[in-house]
Design a protein around this ligand. Structure first.
Ligand SMILES: Cc1ncc(COP(=O)(O)O)c(C=O)c1O
Length: 498
């Protein structure tokens, strides 16, 4: 049995058996933010929360309006974080009121694994209709539901492999992000996430994103019949909002179709309006065989993932006596499906993809103006729809050797994130790009708040007109603690208030 070799620094009274924390304690906020942070640190992902705590970013945060959160000191911030999974803000009334009604009135079975479900039937029908409106060849598609993005990708990989059982290679792209379970991790070419888990799922190959010639060469090298699927994000989200050159996705589709290679479009981040279209792949001329969705489908409140699959491919894996070859317990549950259905309805009724495209152009123009005004802070800015990236100039002059350079990039983005937070906007780092801070505001954020968010980003830029200032504006004691944290091995830590 493995035991922790280090002593906890938490006071003994806090480490011994404690009173059961009741749901009502949390709901009534008797369970204080400081206590929540301390116990989250002790029993949860300690290192992650410790780092956030050092930066004063650990929260917990509480909803003021769907688009604004406050911390325990009452500082109110515009929320543009949420990793593109919060399409209508935090606990939006459109969903919460519907959930209350659902709780009162719903009689359909809650977890209908082995029976028909009205909620699941409605959501899958609507998803397929929506897709077929954009890409008519999908009118007979079928849907498999699950509870996360990574699980939607695992399903997609299995559908593709069952369709081409003799082929052995999956091709994904540099800087891509598809999740962290074994299959999806194998398609996420990031050494930080992959290295310790090798060997990964065999046959995962990487091609440079946006380079059709390189993909063609790779497919030719391994032999087209040996390729199960090409898995692509139509715009890379966690890679730092990378938009491929025009024609890349269309060419990819034609290339794969010529050889019968399955195309999996990972629309978990881009899909359902974030980048200004219902399906970004379709907007860029790609007609994929499998599409994965997740994040916004859950309305920012519940976990819903979906793998939408062409009929023959679906049948090949789950046809006849093989209908249980792939399954899960919670996918298709009534609450998840109901929230998914309501989210899709709200998106459709208000045509939020169109709003996202339109407001996104305004937002990008503001960022571009800031980049021109503050070139020593912003190296580049990118965006499409309501997905924005700010890539910062390194705060220490280059050239530096490889590893150190990476560290400087990462530290720059982390301090920028903190300064943006200080300017009262909540943003996100990118999981597969160390240099980028992203904004992914709610698609229904009121126009004034959306403009105010960019006013605050402007104030952040004025306060940090050169990336060097990110360092000088950070309290020296904080910089020292962060440096010590970065240099240290994982060990038990106490929160700053503990
Ligand atoms: C494009 C893409 N695919 C897959 C995933 C994994 O989704 P999840 O975190 O729900 O497992 C993400 C998450 O960021 C994503 O952006």
């Amino acid at each position: 049995m493995i035991r922790d070799s280090h002593e906890s620094k938490l006071a003994p009274a806090q480490t011994s058996a404690r009173r059961f924390i009741r749901a009502d304690d949390v709901l009534s906020e008797r369970f204080t933010p400081a206590e929540a942070r301390r116990l989250d640190l002790k029993y949860g992902n300690e290192e992650l929360l410790y780092g956030l705590d050092l930066l004063d970013l650990a929260g917990p945060f509480y909803r003021v309006t769907p688009w604004e959160l406050e911390d325990e000191r009452g500082v109110r911030r515009i929320n543009a974080s949420g990793y593109a999974a919060v399409p209508f803000g935090d606990m939006p009334p459109v969903i919460t009121e519907f959930v209350q009604e659902f709780m009162e009135k719903n009689r359909a079975m809650a977890l209908p694994q082995q029976s028909s479900s009205p909620w699941r039937a409605a959501l899958q029908t609507n998803l397929v209709s929506l897709l077929a409106r954009e890409l008519p060849s999908h009118a007979d598609d079928q849907v498999f539901f699950c509870s996360s993005g990574t699980e939607a990708i695992e399903g997609a990989m299995k559908f593709a492999k069952a369709w081409r059982p003799r082929a052995k290679y999956f091709i994904s792209f540099g800087s891509g992000y598809h999740g962290k379970t074994y299959g999806s991790l194998s398609l996420t070419p990031n050494p930080e996430y992959q290295d310790v888990f090798r060997p990964l799922v065999p046959g995962a190959l990487t091609s440079p994103y946006g380079n059709l010639d390189a993909l063609r060469t790779l497919i030719r090298r391994v032999g087209p019949d040996n390729v199960v699927a090409v898995v692509v994000e139509p715009i890379q989200g966690e890679g730092g909002v990378n938009i491929p050159p025009p024609g890349f996705l269309k060419g990819l589709g034609e290339l794969c179709q010529r050889h019968g290679i399955v195309v999996i479009a990972d629309e978990i981040q881009t899909g359902l309006g974030r980048t200004g279209h219902w399906f970004e792949s379709a907007a860029q001329g790609l007609d994929p065989d499998i599409i994965t969705l997740a994040k916004p489908l859950g309305g920012g409140m519940v976990a819903v993932g979906a793998t939408i699959v062409r009929h023959p491919i679906y049948k090949k894996m789950l046809g006849g006596l093989s209908s249980k070859r792939h399954s899960n317990t919670f996918g298709g549950g009534a609450l998840a499906m109901a929230v998914g259905l309501k989210s899709l309805e709200y998106l459709t009724d208000n045509d939020f993809p169109a709003r996202s495209l339109h407001l996104g152009e305004q937002g990008l123009a503001r960022l571009q103006a800031l980049q021109r005004r503050f070139p020593k802070l912003f190296e580049t800015v990118r965006g499409q729809g309501m997905l924005f990236a700010m890539q910062f100039q390194p705060m220490v002059g280059l050239p530096l050797p490889g590893l150190l350079k990476e560290l400087v990039f990462e530290a720059t983005a982390i301090l920028a994130l903190r300064e943006i937070h200080q300017a009262r906007v909540m943003a996100n780092l990118s999981l597969s790009s160390k240099r980028v801070v992203r904004l992914s505001p709610a698609l229904d954020m009121p126009q004034e708040l959306f403009s105010e968010m960019f006013d605050r980003i402007e104030r952040f830029a004025q306060m940090n007109s050169s990336s060097r200032h990110l360092l000088t504006n950070t309290p020296a004691s904080m910089t020292a603690q962060l440096a010590a944290f970065a240099a240290s091995k994982p060990k038990k830590r106490t929160p700053s208030d503990g």
